[in-house]
Design a protein around this ligand. Structure first.
Ligand code: ATP
Ligand code: F6P
Length: 443
């Protein structure tokens, strides 16, 4: 069978998985679904989420709690129709080449899970149930206040009333909810049960490689508040010359940035809480980190080294265009996939960054000091940039970027050091040494 190559290695052509979310409302199911989808798509695994709530809203845009009472026959009918429509679209999507679908709904009864399992597995698609169970009343109330009271279900309504109604909606679900295998008759299911945001997890019958990767990723998610800071190294001697790659030292202005960085970080963190600092193994990032407070833990990762330009390492873009004109053009045509002779592509960099992303998901506050291409790839993960756009994102030197994960996205703040540096951004077709100004957008 022809193999599929993506960021999770090689998978058999016919591997298709449906992740079926399970749990009461406001248990983070959509949050988990969105994180899984982002991770998989970043790794080039075709992934999509089918949210039954969105289908239900087509007919019942603003339902009150009693719509979700199982004694409400019309409500039941509409909810079943919405689940049917979502599953039908999902199966169509699989036929068009989809690999991992996430069915985002409560699936909170045994009957519903049985129906979903039969419907999906009869198409030869593997099913993993992922249940989020949470009995931390305070966390559930916080979820309701943070995301549910402002959901499209309650547009234009008083948030206090919306929160009360949502609480009532949950009570209706609680009347019929059965956690997976609580009655010991669902042991045949493949499932991951996450209790109180990972305090405990149960794993049952996880089989192949892709399933275990997805499960491992989900087990590492947490919701403690935190940020990830990203900075390129200070301006290097190679940057001044317009040369790529290498292992140059910092320029005079790059040294100034290294001296300024602790202040910039303090301003951005807003407190004395310590950060863990990850650099690459190259001189310019290590030098940039060296004035940071001594009590910050520092770690060097080879995976954070700049994209390897192979035979072009140390050249200017003009030299590359002169010596390898076809390569220069091929790179502009498909920058994400173009692999330098003897070097790497952006796709290769994403694949080697996967352990970094996994570790970032597990961690709290981290400051990463790395390089233009690597930061673009990490940025693409958090900001969901496409493979067409991510290799072109402007990432100016002497700028600290703060990424803060929120319920349904990532907030970005940039802090400029106000220390001049050359531009290393290059537009399509250009061989300019320092294209200035770089475009707006990006970081
Ligand atoms: P609904 O059934 O109404 O769609 P839901 O279960 O999909 O609800 P989300 O919309 O995902 O709930 O709720 C988002 C909130 O859940 C976020 O504030 C997030 O911090 C929080 N959250 C994320 N993961 C978990 C978890 N494992 N347990 C509880 N809350 C979580
Ligand atoms: O120019 C600085 C640099 O970090 C090079 O070392 C690297 O090859 C390049 O940026 C990556 O940017 P691009 O992919 O736009 O060529």
């Amino acid at each position: 069978m022809a193999p599929k190559i993506n960021g999770l290695g090689i998978m058999p052509e016919d591997t298709r998985i449906c992740v079926v979310m399970v749990g009461l409302p406001a248990r983070g199911k959509s949050y988990i679904a969105q994180r899984a989808q982002r991770y998989l798509k970043w790794l080039s695994v075709p992934a999509a989420t089918f949210n039954v709530g969105n289908y239900r809203r087509e007919n019942a845009p603003h339902p009150s709690a009693d719509f979700f009472d199982t004694n409400n026959a019309e409500g039941e009918r509409q909810r079943r129709a919405a689940a049917n429509a979502a599953v039908a679209d999902m199966l169509k999507w699989f036929k068009s080449g989809g690999v991992v679908a996430i069915l985002d709904a409560t699936n909170s009864t045994k009957e519903r899970r049985k129906w979903v399992l039969e419907r999906i597995s009869s198409e030869g698609i593997e099913v993993i149930f992922v249940e989020s169970k949470c009995d931390d009343e305070e966390l559930v109330m916080a979820n309701i206040r943070d995301v549910k009271a402002t959901s499209p279900d309650y547009v234009g309504q008083d948030p206090e009333k919306a929160a009360l109604d949502f609480r009532e909606r949950i009570r209706n679900y609680e009347k019929v909810y059965k956690s997976i295998n609580d009655d010991k008759d669902e042991d045949h299911l493949t499932y991951l049960k996450i209790m109180n945001v990972g305090k405990k997890v149960f794993i049952n019958r996880i089989q192949d490689y892709l399933q275990s990767r997805v499960v491992y990723f989900l087990m590492n998610l947490h919701i403690r508040p935190r940020s990830v800071w990203l900075s390129r190294h200070g301006e290097s001697m190679f940057n001044l010359d317009g040369r790529i790659g290498g292992d140059a030292t910092l320029s005079h202005r790059g040294e100034e940035y290294a001296l300024k960085l602790p202040e910039l970080v303090r301003e951005s963190v807003g407190s004395d809480r310590p950060l863990t600092v990850w650099t690459s193994t190259l001189k310019r990032t290590i030098a940039t980190a060296r004035h940071l407070p001594k009590h910050y833990n520092q770690l060097q990762w080879k995976a954070l080294d700049e994209l390897d330009a192979g035979v072009c390492d140390g050249m200017t873009y003009q030299e590359i265009a002169d010596q390898y004109p076809e390569d220069f053009q091929a790179r502009d045509e498909d920058k994400y996939n173009y692999r330098y002779r003897g070097g790497e592509s952006y796709r290769d960099v994403v694949i080697r960054l996967e352990p970094i992303i996994m570790e970032l998901e597990r961690s709290e506050d981290i400051l990463i000091i790395s390089h233009q291409a690597v930061i673009r790839c990490i940025y693409a993960y958090f900001m969901q940039k496409t493979q067409e756009d991510s290799p072109w994102v402007p990432v100016p030197l002497h700028t600290l970027m703060k990424l803060t994960p929120r319920a349904y996205g990532t907030e970005l703040q940039s802090y400029r050091a106000n220390i001049k540096a050359v531009s290393t951004w290059r537009g399509k077709g250009s061989t300019a040494k320092h294209e200035d100004p770089a475009p707006e957008g990006g970081i």
